[in-house]
Design a protein around this ligand. Structure first.
Ligand code: NAP
Length: 452
C-alpha cells in the first residue's frame, strides 16, 4: 500500500456559524494531517452568533472567542464573500478538496400559509432578527414600528427574542451591538406591547427557562400571563420534564404577581391562539386569531384543534417566529419536506466526499452547544473516511493555487487577516460608547476595511 502519511488532506467547510466552527475544530483535533478552508457568503464569520443571537444576550455571543481560537490554528483559513452556487460551484470544491462539509444552517422561514401573510408589516423573524443584527441582506427592512402593539406568532425562544427587542428600554438597547439603523428605529418606536401567541398550551411552549426567567429583570416591563391559562398547581405533574416544570412555575409566578400597571411596556402571553388571517388595507391593521383546544393524537403528541371561535386584535406589526427552514444548495440532495439534506450521521446520502453539520443536517433545533455534539458525529465519520483514502495527489503549491483561484473569482474576497481588521475596527468604534462593537453592514465598506 502506498504511504500517503506525508500528504495532507484538504477539507472545505461551507458556512462559518457554530456548526462549521465546531466541525473545523474537531477536524484540526483529529489524529490526521488536515488543512481546513472555511467559506462564508458574508464578509464576517460566526453565522447566527453574529446575525441571530439577540444583541441583549452578549454572554451567549461571547462563545465567538472559541471560534477565534480555532481560526488562529495552524492549517485553518477563512474566506468571506464566497457564495457557493454563485462565485464557485460544488464541483469546483470537490476538485480542490478531499472532502466538503456543508454548514449553511437554515436561511429562510417556515410559512404560516394564511391570508395576509405577505402584507407589509407581516415580517418573518429571520428577516427581523437579521435586520437588528446588521445582516447585510436585511438592512433595508424598515419594519413599521409606528404601532402600539406588535403581535408575535410562536412560543419559542426566537419569539421571546423579537418581543424583547421591541420592548427593551433605551438604555439597555444602547449598551448592545444592535446595528445602528435598527437602534435608532427601535429607540423611536411606538410599540408598547408585544402579544406572544402560542398555538398550543403553556406546557407545550418551546421557551427555555433562562430566557423566561430573565424577563423579570427587564426595567419598565410588565409581564402579563392569564392566570386561567396557568392555574395554581399546573407545574405539579411528575410526567413533565424538569425544564417544563420550571417554565410553568415561572409563568405561574408572573400570573400571580399580575402585570405592573406602572410599567411602560407589556409582554403579554396568550396560549391556545393560532393566526387565521392578517388583514389591512395595504399594510397590517389587524390579525384574526383562532381559539384552540388541545387534543392528544394517536402518536401521543398534543395537537392544537380549532374551536371555531375567533378574536380580532388591532396591530400594525406581526412578527412570525414559527421556526426557520433550510434552503437547497445547488447540486446537493435536499429533502423538501424537512428542509434538510438527507444524510446518515452526517454523511450525505448517496455521496462520497460530502458531509453536513448543524441545522441543515438536523433541522432548526437546539441551542448553540448542541452543534458541537452534532459536528463531532459528522467529523468522526469524515475522519474515518479520510483515513481510509489517500488524499488526492497535489503539489506543495496547492493551497496557494486555491487562494489565487478564489481571488480571481471573488473580487471582494475577505481572508482571516481581513476579518480581523474588520473586527478590530468594529470593537474600536463600540468601546467609547460601552458597546461590544458597532457593526459595519455595507458590503463595500466591509471589503475596504478588510484590505491592508
Ligand atoms: P422553535 O423553538 O421550534 O419554536 C417555534 C414555535 O413556533 C413553536 O412554539 C411552534 O409551536 C410554533 N409554530 C410552528 N408553526 C406554527 C404555526 N403554523 N402557527 C403557530 N405557531 C407555530 O423555533 P425558534 O423559536 O425559531 O428557535 C429555533 C431554535 O433556536 C430553538 O431550538 C431555540 O431554542 C433556539 N434558540 C435559542 C435561543 C437561546 O438559547 N437564547 C434563542 C433563540 C433561539 P408548536 O410547538 O405547536 O409546533
Amino acid at each position: 500500500m502506498e504511504n500517503h502519511a506525508t500528504r495532507p488532506h484538504h477539507v472545505a467547510v461551507v458556512g462559518s456559524g457554530p456548526s462549521g466552527f465546531y466541525a473545523a475544530a474537531a477536524l484540526l483535533d483529529a489524529d490526521l494531517d488536515v488543512r481546513v478552508d472555511m467559506f462564508d457568503r458574508l464578509a464576517t464569520p460566526w453565522g447566527l452568533v453574529r446575525a441571530g443571537v439577540a444583541p441583549d444576550h452578549p454572554k451567549i455571543k461571547s462563545v465567538s472567542a472559541q471560534y477565534d481560537k480555532t481560526a488562529r490554528r495552524e492549517g485553518f483559513r477563512f474566506f468571506g464573500h464566497v457564495h457557493l452556487g454563485e462565485d464557485i460551484t460544488r464541483d469546483e470544491l470537490l476538485e480542490r478538496y478531499d472532502a466538503v462539509v456543508y454548514a449553511v444552517g437554515s436561511q429562510t422561514e417556515r410559512r404560516l400559509g394564511i391570508p395576509g401573510e405577505d402584507l407589509p408589516g407581516s415580517i418573518a423573524s429571520v428577516d427581523f432578527v437579521g435586520w437588528y443584527n446588521g445582516h447585510p441582506d436585511h438592512v433595508d427592512l424598515a419594519p413599521p414600528l409606528d404601532t402600539e402593539r406588535a403581535v408575535v406568532i410562536g412560543a419559542g425562544n426566537v419569539a421571546l427574542d423579537v418581543a424583547r427587542m421591541v420592548l427593551l428600554p433605551e438604555a439597555d438597547l444602547r449598551a448592545t451591538d444592535t446595528a445602528d439603523h435598527a437602534l435608532d428605529a427601535l429607540v423611536a418606536s411606538s410599540v408598547r406591547e408585544a402579544l406572544i401567541c402560542g398555538r398550543r398550551g403553556p406546557r407545550e411552549a418551546a421557551f427555555t427557562t433562562t430566557e423566561l426567567r430573565e424577563l423579570a429583570d427587564i426595567d419598565d416591563l410588565a409581564v402579563d400571563v392569564d392566570p386561567e391559562q396557568v392555574p395554581a398547581g399546573i407545574a405539579d405533574d411528575d410526567t413533565l420534564t424538569k425544564g417544563t416544570r420550571r417554565n410553568l412555575e415561572i409563568l405561574r409566578g408572573f400570573a400571580e404577581k399580575g402585570p405592573d400597571p406602572a410599567a411602560g411596556h407589556r409582554m403579554v402571553f396568550r396560549f391556545l391562539r393560532s393566526p387565521v388571517e392578517i388583514r389591512g388595507d395595504g399594510r397590517v391593521e389587524e390579525i384574526v386569531l383562532g381559539v384552540n383546544r388541545l387534543e392528544t393524537g394517536e402518536d401521543g403528541r398534543t395537537r392544537a384543534v380549532d374551536t371555531g371561535e375567533r378574536e380580532t386584535v388591532a396591530t400594525g406589526l406581526v412578527l412570525r417566529a414559527v421556526g426557520y427552514r433550510g434552503m437547497a444548495l445547488p447540486g446537493v440532495p435536499f429533502d423538501d419536506e424537512t428542509g434538510t439534506v438527507p444524510h446518515e450521521e452526517g454523511r450525505i446520502t448517496g455521496r462520497d466526499r460530502e458531509y453536513v453539520v448543524g441545522w441543515i443536517k438536523r433541522g432548526p433545533t437546539g441551542i448553540i452547544g448542541t452543534n458541537k455534539k452534532d459536528a463531532n458525529e459528522t467529523v468522526r465519520h469524515l475522519v474515518a473516511d479520510l483515513a481510509d483514502r489517500a488524499p488526492a495527489e497535489r503539489d506543495d503549491e496547492h493551497r496557494a493555487a486555491v487562494e489565487s483561484w478564489l481571488r480571481e473569482r471573488c473580487a471582494d474576497l475577505v481572508d482571516q487577516t481581513g476579518w480581523e481588521a474588520i473586527d478590530a475596527h468594529e470593537r474600536g468604534r463600540g468601546e467609547p460608547h460601552g458597546r461590544p462593537r458597532v457593526k459595519v453592514v455595507d458590503r463595500e465598506e466591509l471589503t475596504k476595511l478588510s484590505r491592508p
